[in-house]
Ligand binder design. Sequence first.
Ligand SMILES: [Zn+2]
Length: 374
Amino acid sequence: MPNALQLAVEEEYNHLEQDAVIRKVEFSDWATPMVNVPMSDGSTRSCGNYAITVNPHLNVPSYRIPLPEDIFHKLRGGQKYTKLDLKNTYQQLTLDEESEVCHHKHQLAIVFGVTKFYMYLFGRTFTLHTDRKPFLKIFSPQGSMSVLAASRLQRWAILLSFFRYDIKYKSSSDIANADALSRLPLEFKHYASIESPIFHVAAQQVIQHPVKAHQIAQDTAHDKTLAKVLAFTQNGWNIRECHDPDLKPYLKQRHELSIEQGCLIWGLRVIIPPNLRKPILKELHWSHPGVARMKSMARCHVWWPKLDADLEQITRVCLQCSKTWNALPAAPLCPWTWPSGPWKSVHVDVATSEGKNYLILVNAYSKWPDLKND
Ligand SMILES: [Zn+2]
């Protein structure tokens, strides 16, 4: 709970308790995260976020929303009317996604800073200083964001709208302190870096491929198109420079591209340079699983433009593939029966990672995972 809100929230809860809207309990079968919204008069409004807790368990009868004409017809001849105050009725809205491009690392820095110091900033008025003039418009508390703005921008603007702030321009030379903090080399880089565990999964993905990461990195750097994609992903996409039609498929997914060990990654899929596509196709085709299965396997690991067409081409000329695929019966969906309590039923599996063996156990009732290594 942000420090500035603690008193106001306590007061709000006391009021709600006095009005018998809520009551104190020691224990409860149900719990839900609370969101406390500061109001202009200094009070707060407390909302429960039921979307992830209660709502999925509700039985919602669906019926047509009545038209005003229907309602007025039913109300005709009425003698007494009442006004309902719905100020404590809330809705949570999700927004649609569209794309556009900008200096996202600097924007992320603002969002990261504000989120990191949430406890100190929320509920107070503060000033954001930036050396990027476009941000004054993009993140202005008074401004409204274009509906065509990138989904990432939309989310960040919504996040910032919870805070009370002014945004001001300061030239780069005047905020050298921020530059120094972000760019001075750290002496103990090993301890300071939190990136490696985060990217561990992506790194593992690269290691397990039939072609090695360094080969992919080397060929990516030497391929005319992929070298450009690599540079754009590193330095930001300049759409005006992307006339090359070969760049088009990458341009579409530029917001989801990243680099791991010199390889281009789309989501969790490694982008394979042209001369390494053959061994990958061979690996995917190894047990003649048929085109649908090959596509779904490829979707977990690799990508390149026209990948699906390449897979279709292989199976089209392979007799065994079509036979195997047609012979497979469709397996009926058979869900596990829900256990009546914790530890009545568990799922167990083994896994190996970096030479270590792991026993994984999941309690079927609560989905609680447990891990033990040798
Ligand atoms: Zn085949």
